[in-house]
Design a protein around this ligand. Structure first.
Ligand code: UD1
Ligand code: UDP
Length: 405
């Protein structure tokens, strides 16, 4: 990561719209917004598009964020064209009314692309947090690969989390002076929330907050971890999340089949699965996994209990982008239920392994972690390929430096 010169904040007084629509965008932009709020030289306005309603509100609450502007755009079962046009039109109105010096967006969602285009049409500078991640496969992640790819050339500042993402941008002829390697702000959020939760909440409070059955928790989340953060005893908690569009339909049926086979084959395994609110996820997961004594289907979790659950897990089964980034910092192996990833650093670190959605492959990889102590040890080392917790500070320095001139 580059150390940027300290900016002279004294001459800066800039209005920055921080626009977020979904849970991960809030988690990853919260550290930037909160850092700006602390410095009187910035005038940050948090704009929620409300692409996610409940999950966005839940994430905002953890950081004490009350969006200054809330567009409330979510509709149940929304389609991409409908949501994209609502974001473009509504964000355009906000930009006309607020006239910011710049906007910040994060990641690869519909909110990101719609907001970036709205700003581009009004010639307002865009900062893209988490720029440059690529699979170079437009079908996976879909539509996110294209959303992210289209947002980068629009952006005046591309905040690349790693050197590899910087190289992707340079290969696409994004000017080098627009690209800044900052680390990923998710690590800022993760470290802050992990420490705060440890200091403020007991195991019993967290179990209750998660909505996990107490008998299940007594068996699979006893809370006593060894010095390396591994559970003492034979029981193994497996944490699951999943929501990718490219897995809707047969992919999700296969994922659920794998989870059932896993618990049936290993009596020492208990699964906790916070189920994403997308109806394409809710339906198959509740139908196929809803009645097993060692599978706890729970609501999407607030970030505090979720970070705690990651810490308690033996390994994680997930298709989430954010989880792939967080797991190396927690030393938790992740079986990534995708065929390709725009986050190769976690795979290179050994923490993450791509396993697709085929039950046979998932079971084989899960068996390795459950049965081979050496394999598990190697893949549960603490590593920080995505950052050191200072990414938002670096982003502020870059913005202050260039908006000051
Ligand atoms: C979106 C993003 C995806 C991101 C994910 C994070 C796009 C195209 N997809 O996917 O990149 O990884 O968020 O979780 O931008 N719903 C609720 N309440 C909520 C959230 C969702 O009811 O709080 C339901 C609604 O029926 C909504 C549907 O889920 O219409 C889909 O939401 P949407 O944001 O379009 O897609 P996600 O699958 O959540
Ligand atoms: N997360 C959370 N509660 C949950 C599941 C996930 O707070 O029940 C967090 C997770 O730690 C990560 C982010 O949400 O920071 C990832 O969101 P998601 O998987 O929905 O989106 P993606 O990262 O794949 O875009």
């Amino acid at each position: 990561m580059t150390d940027f010169p300290k900016a002279d904040y004294e001459h800066v007084s800039k209005k920055i719209l921080i626009i977020a629509g979904t849970r991960p965008e809030v988690i990853k932009l919260a550290p930037v917004y909160l850092a700006m709020k602390k410095a009187p030289f910035w005038e940050p306005l948090f704009v929620s598009t409300g692409q996610h309603r409940q999950m966005l509100d839940q994430a905002c609450a953890v950081f004490g964020i009350k969006p200054e502007i809330d567009l409330n755009l979510m509709q149940p079962g929304q389609t991409l064209p409908e949501l994209t046009s609502r974001v473009l039109l509504s964000v355009t109105r906000v930009l006309e009314e607020t006239k910011p010096d710049a906007i910040l967006v994060q990641g690869d969602t519909t909110t990101v692309l719609g907001s970036a285009i709205a700003a581009f049409y009004q010639k307002i500078s865009v900062g893209h947090v988490e720029a440059g991640l690529r699979t170079y496969n437009y079908q996976a992640p879909w539509p996110e690969e294209m959303n992210r790819r289209l947002t980068d050339p629009i952006s005046r500042w591309c905040f690349a989390p790693t050197e590899a993402s910087r190289q992707n941008l340079l290969a696409e002829r994004i000017p080098a002076e627009s690209v800044f390697v900052t680390g990923n702000t998710v690590i800022d959020a993760l470290l802050y929330v992990r420490d705060k939760t440890r200091a403020e909440k007991s195991r019993a409070e967290l179990v209750a907050e998660c909505g996990i059955d107490t008998a299940f928790a007594a068996q699979f989340i006893p809370g006593n971890l060894d010095a390396a953060g591994r559970p003492v005893g034979k029981q193994r908690l497996v944490l699951v999340t999943g929501h990718r569009r490219e897995s809707f339909g047969s992919g999700f049926e296969s994922i659920c089949q794998s989870i059932r086979q896993l618990v049936d084959r290993y009596p020492e395994v208990g699964v906790v699965y916070p189920v994403h609110l997308n109806p394409n996820v809710q339906e198959p997961v509740n139908r196929l996994l809803g009645n097993h004594p060692r599978i706890q289907l729970i609501k999407p979790q607030s970030y505090e209990p979720f970070v705690w659950l990651m810490g308690q897990a033996y390994f994680i089964l997930s298709d989430s982008g954010g989880v792939q980034e967080e797991a190396p910092s927690l030393g938790k192996p992740v079986l990534v239920m995708r065929e390709t990833t725009e986050r190769p650093e976690g795979v290179d670190a050994g923490t993450c392994r791509l396993v697709g959605t085929d039950p046979e492959r998932i079971l084989r990889e899960a068996a390795l972690l459950l049965e081979d102590e050496n394999a598990y040890s190697q893949r549960s080392q603490l590593k920080n390929p995505y950052g050191d917790g200072q990414a938002s500070e670096r982003i502020l320095q870059v913005l202050a430096e260039s908006l000051n001139h």
